[in-house]
Design a protein around this ligand. Structure first.
Ligand code: HEM
Length: 151
C-alpha cells in the first residue's frame, strides 16, 4: 500500500486523514443539531463533551493535514477539462471549504468562552477559559445554557 502521495495518486495516509475529517464533521454536526434531544443522564451530559472533542480533533487534523501537505505535496492536478471560469469557481469553492472547516470549530471555541464556560480538552482538562481559568458556575436549577431542560 502506498502511504505517501505520488505524482498521480493520493497516498493512504492523506486519504485516511481526509475521511477521518469527514466522519468527525458529520458527528460534530449531528451532536450540535440533535444533542439536546439525547436522553437525560449520561448521554445528555456526554453529548456536549463529545461535540467539543470532535471539533477540537478537527482543528488538530487541519494542522496535521496542512503539515502533511507541505511535507508530501499532492498529485499534480488533472488536465484542465472545463472552461477557465468553472475551474476558478472550483478552486475558490475548495479554498472556501477549507476556510469553513477551520472557522467552524474555532467559532465554536469562541462561543464556548463567550458563554463563560471553560474549554474541556478531550475530558482531560477544563482550565482554558481565558478569563478565570475555571468554569463559570451555572445555576443548574434554571436549566443548562444549551437547552431549556434542568439537567
Ligand atoms: C466542525 C466542528 C463543529 C461543527 C460542525 C459544529 C456544529 C454545531 C451545530 C450544528 C450547533 C447547533 C447550533 C444551533 O442549534 O443553533 C453547534 C452548537 C454549539 N457548538 Fe459546535 N460545532 C463544531 C465544533 C465546535 C467546537 C470545537 C466547539 C468548542 C467549544 C463548539 C461549541 C458549540 C457550542 C458552545 C454550541 C452551542 C451554541 C449555542 O446554542 O449558543 N462547537 N455546533
Amino acid at each position: 500500500m502506498q502511504l505517501r502521495n505520488s505524482a498521480q495518486r493520493y497516498g493512504a495516509i492523506p486519504k485516511l486523514l481526509h475521511w477521518l475529517t469527514v466522519a468527525l464533521v458529520v458527528v460534530a454536526w449531528a451532536l450540535g443539531t440533535f444533542g439536546d434531544d439525547l436522553p437525560r443522564g449520561v448521554g445528555h451530559s456526554a453529548g456536549p463533551l463529545l461535540h467539543i472533542s470532535t471539533g477540537l480533533a478537527i482543528i488538530a487534523l487541519c494542522v496535521i493535514r496542512i503539515t502533511w501537505r507541505l511535507a508530501d505535496p499532492p498529485p499534480s492536478p488533472e488536465k484542465k477539462l472545463l472552461r477557465d471560469g468553472v475551474e476558478l469557481t472550483g478552486k475558490v469553492t475548495h479554498v472556501a471549504l477549507y476556510g469553513l472547516l477551520a472557522a467552524t470549530p474555532i467559532v465554536g471555541v469562541l462561543l464556548q468562552f463567550a458563554h463563560g464556560d471553560a474549554l474541556p480538552v478531550f475530558g482531560f482538562s477544563e482550565s482554558l477559559h481565558p478569563g478565570s481559568g475555571i468554569r463559570v458556575s451555572q445555576d443548574r436549577s434554571k436549566g443548562c445554557t444549551r437547552c431549556s431542560r434542568t439537567c
